[in-house]
Design a binder for this molecule. Structure first.
Ligand code: NDP
Length: 329
């Protein structure tokens, strides 16, 4: 089997460039040992953590990390027979040979009424992260006001739908007027453009009684400012800090501890690798139920072709995407 992968060709300086990536061919032969299988990528996910983790990559060697929805082509592994649909944590590659150790989730049972690309969106890292952050960290009750930063993105659009379905008033922040329209169409009550309106102004206008819960996708000075508008006992789910991932110099933000103490705020970080695995199965069942009832939809920004991965990734970090960024093979 012949496959292609994309490797880290030059160190990212600020925003990645297309020349930082290189496509490399690989011949895996045609023989399988016991428990091995060949798979082929169907959809590859584009994620901000690929930029966040880049200090650990080796130039000229590291395959760009990432996960994909893949189909098993031929198998000597009874657990993953031919035609299985798997979420594989194998990096940016068109396919490969596996012994099953890099299978993240088996998604052969994706409901027929949901697009298969949900296997890298609402039914994979994106949906699991959003669901965990909402239900296990923020624990909203009906009537709470929740702010979601990065609201028009992959995680943000799922958080908005979940919080709305739980009876919250859901406010978003995002980077353009088009995105405000988009998040309202997804179910948000309202949103403001953080590029043209300050956090204080936006929240005074859209959440005059204060914010009870904050799902934080962006971090930095934006998020420090949000704390000033939070109600006593407010909770923050710290999911990521995409506002700083492309920074050439370490990001700086105002000191938050005084505000946190005065208003009895709590902030909890969590991540897909350490905190969520123990709950992944029960969350998947819940996500399928939400999707089956039509209360959770996949909103996606889809591009085509393996070679478009670098430009799609660069564009996503700059805010080109509406919803989940996916490359269709
Ligand atoms: P998104 O789909 O939200 O894409 C990234 C978005 O970031 C862009 O669309 C852009 O939207 C926004 N952005 C870029 N620069 C800035 C900036 N300076 N300030 C504010 N927003 C900016 O990505 P994901 O939904 O996949 O990820 C969202 C967050 O969740 C990230 O921080 C990511 O690292 C984190 N995450 C964490 C996980 C965990 O386990 N904790 C798992 C998965 C994701 P705009 O046009 O609105 O600026």
């Amino acid at each position: 089997m012949k496959v292609r992968q994309i490797i880290y060709a030059a160190k990212f300086e600020g925003s990645p460039k297309e020349s930082d990536f290189k496509i490399v061919d690989e011949d895996l032969g045609d023989q399988l040992k016991e428990n091995e299988f060949f798979y082929e990528a169907i959809y590859i996910s584009c994620d901000p953590y690929v930029r966040l983790l880049s200090d650990s990559y080796i130039v000229g060697k590291t395959t760009i990390p990432g996960y994909q929805l893949a189909k098993v082509l031929e198998s000597k592994n009874p657990k993953f027979p031919s035609d299985s649909i798997l979420v594989m944590n194998v990096g940016w590659r068109t396919g490969g040979k596996s012994d099953g150790s890099d299978v993240w989730y088996d998604r052969t049972d994706i409901p027929k009424n949901v697009p298969m690309s949900a296997g890298v969106g609402i039914f994979a890292m994106t949906g699991l992260t959003a669901y965990y952050g909402v239900n296990y960290v923020l624990k909203p009750k009906a009537g709470d006001t929740i702010l979601v930063s990065g609201s028009a993105g992959a995680v943000g659009t799922v958080v908005g739908q979940l919080a709305k379905g739980m009876g919250c008033r859901v406010i978003g922040s995002c980077g353009s007027m088009e995105k405000i329209k988009f998040v309202k169409s997804v179910g948000f009550d309202d949103a403001f453009n953080y590029k043209t309106e300050s956090v204080a102004e936006g929240l005074k206008r859209l959440a005059p009684k204060g914010v009870d819960l904050y799902f934080d996708n962006v971090g930095g000075s934006f998020s420090s400012a949000v704390l000033e508008s939070m109600n006593k006992g407010g909770r923050v789910a710290c999911c990521g800090a995409v506002s700083s991932y492309n920074s050439k110099v370490p990001a700086q933000a105002p000191v938050i501890q005084g505000t946190m103490a005065l208003n009895s705020l709590s902030l909890q970080g969590f991540n897909i690798f350490d905190d969520i695995p123990a709950y992944a199965d029960e969350i998947y069942v819940a996500l399928k139920q939400w999707a089956g009832e039509g209360k959770l939809k996949q909103h996606e920004y889809l591009t085509s072709g393996f070679e478009s991965l670098p430009s799609t990734f660069i564009g996503m970090l700059r805010g080109k995407n509406f919803g989940k960024t996916i490359v269709n093979m």
